[in-house]
Design a protein. Structure first.
Length: 132
């Protein structure tokens, strides 16, 4: 299990090294947006070729993807008082657990089984009931 439930300190410890992955994806998105802007503003509209027209949707998709990744958290230690609620989502027929944080971001939780998801949800819900 990559997730440790720390009951003493009331926090989740996640060891998934997602920070470097998200950083690389953001770098690629910035590079795509820069390449699109360079190609579009460098050449006049009358001289646009197929590749210039191809870079426009690539740049726009990269812009929306970059916005999506900026709304995701990469925290490895999450105190339970920062968690609003857990979210269960189906992604291509596979259940995925995410946490909605109080700062407006979401944190995807890597789980291997449904039992592990339920255990994490019980831990979060029991601590939220104890604080209210």
């Amino acid at each position: 299990m990559k997730i440790k439930l720390d009951e003493e300190n009331r926090q989740l410890k996640i060891d998934d090294n997602i920070k470097i992955t998200y950083w690389m994806l953001k770098f690629v998105m910035f590079t795509n947006i820069f390449q699109m802007l360079l190609r579009v503003f460098k050449t006049p509209v009358a001289n646009w070729d197929f590749l210039t027209w191809l870079w426009i949707p690539i740049g726009l998709v990269s812009l929306f993807t970059l916005y999506y990744f900026t709304n995701l958290s990469t925290k490895e230690v999450i105190p339970l008082d920062e968690i609003q609620h857990p979210i269960l989502k189906n992604f291509f027929g596979r259940k995925r657990l995410s946490l909605k944080l109080k700062n407006g971001k979401a944190r995807h939780i890597p789980t291997n089984s449904i039992k592990e998801m339920e255990q994490i949800q019980k831990f979060i819900n029991s601590s939220q009931k104890a604080t209210t």
